[in-house]
Design a protein around this ligand. Structure first.
Ligand code: ATP
Length: 584
């Protein structure tokens, strides 16, 4: 299993800059509003400083009190109103940025080559679409806006301190070296720590969903103990990785808190000393000390949200990493002339140096029905998947109408060749949505005609709301056979000239299978059909039969020719017949 890529910190930064540029006007407006709100909040300490000053030199008059109180009320009002608009704007911006990221992520997931998803395992992708999207949403919706506010407040308070009493403000600097050092150290360890945590979640998620999906196989092969141990070891790794990040927060948070308290005390002492020795006014000493107290809150938030930002950065690296998957296909704009499929000396390996196809060559004429038979593990499904363009051969080529399938863009490949397996999916949405996946522009008449072609019109039009009936887990429940008919109707709409069938009806109960075979026969009409045959009567009815043994085509010919040849196929046929007579 090879996990999907994770973007490098440089790529994450580049992406963040790109997003910032895209939303620049909104960001600037938001910053201006926050700056206004923070500036208004700075009036308070200055007013208190003035009050103390006037009180001490006995110059406090009712008019001064009125003036100072009025400016306090006005600044509080200004702060409240500006804060309201700034927050509103920043949350809306957060939602928009998050929506953009989610859309970009979804687009790159949908572009992923199927083979990459299979190799990475669904756990990794599921964890990214759930845990990481969730983590990123917290960062973009809350952490980033809160952080921005806190940074703006910190900077402006720093400026106000310098204006009110630069000499007094010097004292606040004593906290800086320890704060910078401890934060730097924390960040050095936090990044890898959070990456490890996210990977541990993904692996745990994968092993749990695998255990649930493959429960029957695990039971049948008595792998319960092994699977439980695997899940337990993954839980253990998740626990350890969480403990690691927690322990880092445990030493870092107290250091920063102590730092804040220390700097308030130092400023008070230093300001007092400067005042007693006549270097500064009492107003300056009071205001700066109050600013340092006021600074604790935004700085605290800068520190607290930094943690969430780290998680968000890791989640973003995992989400945009999906877009870094390179397609092994090399799409060109050549369009096939004709429908002939030519397979030339194809070799393919799932694992390096372990070829499962060893030089397969075969030409399939338009309209031909070819059956591929052979023992289990011979490479039939692999060949079928290559013909359907799900992956590209390691060596050799497969062309349709003279163009390599590997060069057909993903968007158009399904209009040439489609793979039909026993798996079919019903998506949450209406019957119309489910059908239109194959052809987004299809009209209702075309959808009904496709349903008619697979003998599904009758039940489909009797659904409570016809084509608008909601299907899927939360909607109207239909039978597995009906779901498969919808999948077949999609094929009619996609209208590929060639179909590769891999056990398309094997999972269904015999009564439904017979009905479905009729629907399938209608879809096959007029198309080239490559059927991976597990029941040899399919081979009997085919124009030609290819016998695949150990990744090679051992025999090729009509059913009669191969029986006459009396080789592998004749042996398979005899054993299948005798099994059939024993079973019946
Ligand atoms: P069956 O009739 O049992 O489906 P098949 O003839 O279709 O078998 P394939 O499924 O193509 O055979 O498998 C060919 C070989 O490739 C087998 O040895 C199989 O173990 C191996 N193989 C198939 N899929 C994978 C995979 N995803 N990763 C690694 N090896 C694989």
């Amino acid at each position: 299993m090879s996990l999907l890529p994770i973007s490098s910190p440089v790529a994450v930064r580049r992406h963040a800059i790109h997003l910032t540029k895209r939303f620049r006007p909104d960001i600037l407006q938001m910053l201006a509003l926050y700056a206004g709100a923070s500036a208004a909040a700075l009036v308070g300490p200055w007013v208190v400083g003035q009050l103390v000053e006037h009180a001490l030199d006995h110059s406090l008059t009712p008019s001064i009190i009125t003036e100072l109180t009025a400016s306090l009320i006005l600044s509080s009002l200004g702060n409240t109103v500006l804060n309201y608009f700034a927050r509103r704007r920043s949350y809306v911006l957060g939602e928009r940025v998050f929506a953009t990221l989610r859309e970009e992520f979804l687009a790159s997931v949908l572009r992923l080559p199927l083979i990459t998803v299979e190799r990475a395992g669904t756990g990794d992708l599921l964890s990214r679409t759930t845990n990481d999207v969730e983590a990123l949403s917290r960062t973009v919706r809350f952490a980033l806006p809160e952080w921005t506010v806190a940074i703006v407040q910190t900077l402006l308070t720093g400026v106000a301190m310098l204006i009110a009493g630069p000499l007094v403000a010097l004292a606040a600097l004593v906290a800086l070296p320890l704060l910078t050092l401890s934060t730097k150290r924390y960040l050095n360890f936090a990044g890898p720590g959070y990456t490890r945590e996210r990977i541990a979640y993904a692996t745990l998620f994968g092993s749990i969903s695998e255990a649930a999906e493959g429960a029957r196989t695990i039971d049948a092969l008595r792998l319960n103990r092994r699977q439980r141990m695997r899940v337990e070891s993954n839980i253990n790794e998740t626990f350890l990785s969480e403990m690691y990040t927690l322990s880092m927060r445990l030493w870092w948070f107290p250091i920063t808190e102590a730092n804040f308290a220390f700097s308030v005390a130092t400023t008070l002492l230093w300001g007092g000393w400067l005042y007693v020795h006549g270097h500064v006014s009492v107003a300056a000493a009071t205001a700066v000390t109050l600013y340092v107290v006021q600074l604790t809150d935004p700085l605290d938030r800068v520190v607290a949200w930094l943690d969430e930002l780290q998680v968000g950065q890791v989640a973003l690296a995992r989400l945009i990493g999906v877009a870094e998957v390179t397609d092994s296909r090399d799409a060109s704009d050549e369009s096939p002339s004709g429908e002939r499929i030519v397979i030339e000396d194809v070799r393919y390996a799932y694992r390096k140096d372990h070829d499962v196809l060893h030089g397969v060559s075969l030409t399939i004429e338009p309209g031909e029905r070819l059956a591929i038979v052979g023992p289990s593990g011979a490479g039939k499904s692999t060949l079928g998947r290559l013909i359907a363009g799900i992956d590209v051969p390691r060596e050799g080529s497969i062309t349709v109408g003279g163009v390599s399938i590997a060069n057909l863009p993903l968007a158009s490949i399904r209009t040439h060749v489609a793979l039909v397996t026993q798996e079919h999916h019903l998506f949450i949405g209406s019957l119309r949505d489910n059908l239109r996946l194959a052809d987004t522009d299809a009209s209702d008449e075309q959808l009904i005609a496709a349903l008619e072609a697979v003998d599904a019109r009758e039940w489909a039009t009797q659904l409570p709301e016809g084509l608008a009936t909601e299907l899927g887990t939360t909607g109207y429940t239909i039978t597995p056979a009906q779901a498969q008919q919808i999948a077949l109707a999609r094929l009619v709409l996609a209208n590929p000239h060639t179909l590769v069938l891999d056990e398309a009806t094997a999972m269904l109960d015999p009564r439904a299978a017979r009905h479905l075979e009729r629907s399938l026969a209608a879809v096959l009409e007029g198309r080239t059909v490559i059927a991976i045959a597990h029941r040899l009567h399919t081979a009997h009815d085919a124009d030609r039969v290819a016998v695949v043994i150990n990744g090679r085509i051992a025999e090729l010919g009509t059913h009669e020719e191969l029986l006459l040849h009396n080789g592998e196929y004749a042996a398979l046929w005899r054993s299948w017949r005798s099994e059939g007579s024993v079973n019946s």
